[in-house]
Design a protein around this ligand. Structure first.
Ligand code: FDA
Length: 390
């Protein structure tokens, strides 16, 4: 670690020019603090830039703490209530950024995610924040103040806000420095793991279903949590699509994903329909399911007409489609994960200010904290809300 002495003592050093770091810096500086943001990338907000398919799903109309995973599910409640989706939407409107609502309350820019980065940078500039890019943080020391050692100059401040994000997508700048800093100060970290991530299945599974790569359908999927009714996408290695990404956040090794391939179907009515159908089940069910999937579905009763089977057999076929158990062998990992679950243990932080209970002046915000949102704008809302709280 370089041992040069910092020339300026700032009120706040923010580590990371992502969503949470930039918003926190602008908010703190608007309140009168002298703030610097240090970031190792050459551009701010790289993850924002690619988010939401380039249009940034910047919040969701309906956000409560129930849309998040955390060892302490109540932790996020206070920050989310004090800085709400409407608060961020008001800011977006003040900048004249056109937006639209997609499904399930998800709000996206009409134009480009770059507009959200520009908004954050303009807020920083207006409040007098300095954003120092190309400045990798190497480590932190605490004496009378915090000193942040970088590959360039050291930075000193009475308050340090760690907004270094999770481990997802290392090619965009993700590092584990936030967790290292937490551990250095005796702050517990819950094992970070990939979340909102495609799952990978074994070779036997791939032999049967690998050929379906690209096929997508409406399903209801769940792991050890709520069920998500959205699309599923077959990949060469396993499963993806929003329903699977959502369920993946709750999935643990050696457990199954449960997928309902006929969500919302009225089985008694469907039985009547199938019984009147002259086609074999594999063809008759193709009105509801992709025929390529039915070709691979391992139930020889599909070769028969419903009328030639016992009623209980037809119901059994339908039950199998309602309750498809998939046992992934893993996920596509941090390289493909949209977020990281786990992180700085919330019992170590004040839910009002995000400050460490036992380390005055040290704050953690955004994705580095053990608060992980569902797909749909929740993770950015957590970035804004936790930043505003700090
Ligand atoms: P973020 O990762 O944004 O910022 C951390 C910053 O710290 C980075 O700029 C990083 O370079 C910097 N840093 C790390 N280590 C450093 C070091 N040693 N020195 C200096 N700097 C360092 N969410 C959502 O709500 N809606 C959406 O549409 C999407 N879409 C989406 C798409 C994809 C492909 C991904 C990967 C993720 C999303 N997300 C999302 C999730 C969302 O992007 C994420 O939750 C937030 O960006 C988290 O904000 P943070 O500021 O906490 O971390």
């Amino acid at each position: 670690m370089p041992n040069a002495v910092a020339e300026t003592v700032w009120d706040v050093v923010v580590l990371g020019a992502g969503a949470a770091g930039l918003f926190c810096a602008a908010t703190a500086a608007a309140g009168g603090a002298r703030v610097v943001v240090v970031e190792h990338n050459s551009k701010p907000g790289k993850k924002i830039r690619i988010s939401g398919g380039g249009r940034c799903n910047f919040t969701n109309r309906e956000v409560t703490h129930r849309n998040f995973l955390s060892a302490n599910p109540d932790f996020a409640r206070s920050a989310l209530q004090r800085y709400t989706p409407q608060d961020f939407l008001d800011l977006v409107d003040r900048y004249g950024i056109a937006w639209h609502e997609k499904t399930l309350g998800q709000l996206f820019c009409d134009g480009s995610a770059q507009q959200i980065i520009d908004l954050l940078m303009q807020e920083c500039t207006a409040a007098g924040v300095e954003v120092h890019l190309d400045t990798p943080v190497l480590g932190v020391e605490r004496g009378e103040v915090f000193t942040v050692h970088t590959q360039r100059a050291p930075y000193s401040a009475s308050r340090l806000v760690v907004a270094s994000g999770g481990l997802s997508i290392p090619s965009l700048g993700a590092t584990g420095i936030g967790y290292d800093i937490a551990r250095q100060f005796g702050v517990r970290v819950i094992e970070p793991e990939p979340a909102l991530v495609p799952v990978v299945c074994d070779s036997v599974w791939s032999e049967r279903y690998g050929a379906l790569a690209g096929v997508s359908l409406d399903v209801e999927a769940e792991a050890d949590g709520p069920a998500f009714r959205e699309h599923l996408l077959f990949t060469h290695k396993g499963l993806s699509g929003p329903a699977i990404l959502q369920a993946s956040s709750y999935w643990h090794r050696e457990t199954d994903l449960t997928v309902d391939l006929l969500p919302g179907a009225d089985d008694p009515q469907l039985y009547e329909q199938l019984r009147d159908d002259r086609r074999i089940l594999r063809n008759a069910l193709a009105d509801l399911l992709p025929s390529r999937l039915l070709q691979q579905w391992p139930d020889e009763r599909l070769e028969h007409k419903a009328i030639d089977l016992k009623k209980s057999d037809v119901h059994d076929v339908l039950s199998g489609l309602h309750r498809w158990l998939v046992r992934p062998i893993g996920t596509e990992g941090f390289a493909k994960a949209e977020v990281t679950r786990g992180g700085v243990d919330t019992t170590e932080l004040s839910s009002k200010t995000m400050e460490c209970r036992h380390v005055p002046g040290l704050y953690f915000i955004g994705e580095v904290v053990d608060v992980t949102g569902w797909l749909g704008g929740y993770n950015f809302q957590w970035a804004w809300s936790s930043a505003a709280a700090a």
